[in-house]
Design a protein around this ligand. Structure first.
Ligand SMILES: *Cc1c(COP(=O)(O)O)cnc(C)c1O
Length: 396
């Protein structure tokens, strides 16, 4: 019996090493990795630049507390500021801490501007913001909150797509709107750009803050640096993680100066957040990602993947019900049990992730190339053909 908490439904597989878009078990069996640590290994496995950055920094200095200047952290923050809406950055170790920091910063802003009655945050059904008590309270997914009450007060949920419905939730207590521009765990649902733009307008009209949770959708995943850019809008606060460290635990909360300036000494902190090792890797990730043509590559590969997924949905209409997503953040709504489908793909040496609502998630490393996508599609085709045969459905 395992000595671990039973919180994960793990497969039997254990990997020994990785290279690019591939993972290998100890006996040398290769797997095509279209899960990438749930969108974390943005530059694939063992990327030479990341290995070098980690190695070089590891020989100099691993950790100092945030009681001192950390030049690697300053540099990473300055680069994030240069390439986003933000003026200020707070570094964390994970996505949930980044969301938590955004929530605290929003509340503190209204406290600082003499409006402490504005504390409530509007979130959305099918959202996922992490697993602390506060973030499960924000998303209010029944499966995540059961047995963990009492929850953190100050959140309401409404549906996406209905701006009038959102506006009806706004009252004198409302502080912010919190949304993932592409819902990941909730089923790879790209939120419509006019709806996102409408949320920005509502925030401006009612003096609310717009918080984007780009923990999964950010860092190039959709083919722009951040997914909200597609809607031509800027949030006031943004949570970032997953791809930011390419596999090294790192996250960040980004803010405009107007909002972030109330986070003064003593209001927030983290022992590890933004330590030299993490930020050395974070800077190496940006070196690659901000190089000319990187996001265009993601867009091109995303279109190529989406086209092939559409072909699969036409070939197996009773098994593949819908193709979703944006860029290299792709989803397939499938008729078979999605966890069973993920297991079958894994047996055929393709790694994917399930999302809720019967959706299969494909999150390849952003460095994926056409032949890798061809191989993944071939495995999916073969797996679907097997399922069609089982069901005797006689697909086209
Ligand atoms: C993964 C995720 C989180 C939580 O990140 P952790 O690093 O697991 O804490 C929060 N929000 C979104 C949108 C995510 O996908």
């Amino acid at each position: 019996m395992s000595s671990l908490f039973g919180t994960y439904a793990r497969s039997e597989l254990a990997f020994e090493r990785g290279e690019g878009v591939r993972l290998y078990t100890a006996d040398g069996t290769g797997y095509l990795d279209f899960a990438a640590g749930i969108g974390v290994n943005s530059l694939g496995h063992a990327h030479p630049a990341l290995v070098k950055a980690l190695h070089t920094q590891s020989e100099k200095l691993w950790h100092v507390s945030n009681l001192y200047q950390i030049p690697q952290q300053e540099r990473l923050a300055a680069r994030l500021v240069e390439h986003t809406f933000a003026d200020q950055v707070f570094f964390t170790n994970s996505g949930v801490e980044a969301v938590e920091c955004a929530i605290k910063t929003a509340r503190r802003y209204f406290f600082g501007t003499g409006q402490p009655q504005k504390y409530e945050i509007i979130a959305f059904s099918n959202a996922f913001h992490g697993r602390t008590l506060t973030t499960i309270s924000a998303a209010a997914n029944p499966a995540h909150v059961e047995g963990f009450g009492p929850l953190t007060p100050g959140f309401v949920q409404t549906g996406t797509g209905d701006l009038a419905g959102v506006e009806a939730c706004i009252g004198p207590q409302t502080a912010a709107i919190l949304i993932e521009p592409v819902q990941g765990e909730g089923g790879v649902k790209a939120i419509a750009e006019p709806f996102l733009a409408g949320l920005r307008t509502l925030c401006d009209r009612h003096d609310l803050l717009l918080i984007c949770d780009e923990v999964q959708s950010g860092y190039g995943r959709t083919g722009r640096f951040f997914a909200h850019e597609w809607a031509g809008i800027s949030p006031d606060l943004m949570a970032v993680a997953k791809g930011i460290g390419g596999g090294f635990p790192l996250g960040a909360c980004l803010a405009t100066e107007r909002v972030g300036k109330y986070m003064v000494p003593g209001t927030h902190g983290s022992t590890y957040g933004g330590n030299p090792l993490a930020c050395a890797v974070g800077n190496a990730v940006l070196d690659t990602m901000l190089a000319p043509g990187f996001f265009e590559h993601v867009q091109e590969m995303g279109q190529y993947l989406a086209w092939h997924l559409q072909q699969l949905s036409q070939k197996y209409p009773s098994l593949v019900l819908e193709v979703r997503g944006k860029g290299l953040f792709a989803g397939l709504k499938v008729a078979p049990d999605v966890r069973d489908f993920v297991a079958r793909l894994r047996d055929n040496k393709l790694l994917t992730v399930a999302a809720s609502g019967g959706v299969l998630r494909l999150l390849p490393p952003l460095i994926v190339e056409k032949p890798d996508i061809d191989e993944a599609i071939h495995i999916m085709d073969r797996t679907l053909a097997g399922l069609a045969g089982l069901a005797g459905q006689g697909e086209k």
